[in-house]
Design a protein around this ligand. Sequence first.
Ligand code: MG
Length: 386
Amino acid sequence: MEHQVGKAYHCGILFFTALLSSAAAAEHPAAIYGDLPDAKHAWAVHDWNRPKPSRVAVDAKGVPSDAIVLFDGSQESFDRNWRTEKRTRAWKVEDGAMKVTPVRKNGAAVMTKREFGDCQLHIEFRHPASLAGDTERYPQSRGNSGVFLMGPRYGYEVQVLESYPTCAEMEGKPGYVNNYTDGQCGSVYAENPPLVNPLRPAGEWQKYDIVFHQPVWKDGKLVHPGSITVFLNGVLVQDHWEMEGQTTHLKRRPLAPHPKTGPLTLQYHGCEVSFRNIWIRPLASRWDNKTHSSMSADEASVAKLRRETAAKLYAKIKNPDAGDAATVKALAEVVSYSNESVYVDKLRSAAKKFYSSGPREADKRSVGNDLDALVRSGAVPDGIGR
Ligand code: MG
């Protein structure tokens, strides 16, 4: 549904600018535009007052300014951000990369000192070029590692594997390396294979961009299984996969409640793999959105924000007792957020003044549209001020 005032705005911004410049301090031309706030939505459709996103700049390397850089190629950033569970010689910094090398004993995963939950993650990895022509090696030992979101204990693994030769087109042909499909690179390990195989040959850098949302539990009950979206070399390989369990080998391990944060962990699998350019952006869960969501908003939080917005907008009206069109429209906007009687009474008396002042037809139409929208939404009784 589009209110008439919306159409009018599209047709004539100058008209509204002129209309509003006469009275209330308005920062936008149309007071009521799309469908109004309701019990689950603190903001109207196309709401000009809705908070704007903050600026994030992206540097020449593609790193967003609000990202936490976990590895920039330096020993210092490795030492600052990463640890291993036990003493191991498996991980070292070499040529700007975090490199895992096979060790005889005490092989161990590396994990971040900080813990994360829902996140956007960028990480680049490379398998040794020597694997490019090697078709004899057991598939799961071809450059195996893994990105474990939320740690190795209750984590969710996006597989890192040298599985460039493993694709449908090469099946049975020279150079093909078979492998279990839910364990090749780009898979949510043991659950879902990648949609396609966009790997580059071993020896070239590959990149993962991952969006991860952990499962959501409430009072011991699963509300949502969470999801993993993965781009491999810019190609979508996991399309919002909703997890079935926590990663394990051979078995289906069901989802179970766990702490809300865990370390980002890179698997040690006795293979040489390098990593570089690792950054992460912690994300808010949409389930934390209590003020504007048909799925997660709670009515008390919505009502509180609507009342606060109404108060803020009301405070900006220079003279709420004026009977001009802009004041009536500004009051109508206030009432669209909160129909507390103090606002409705002001609107009624301003509207009465407006209609008795012999207003222009265009102003009457514009004010009428706003009042009609309030009546339709149930915010005010029919015929307010008219
Ligand atoms: Mg692995």
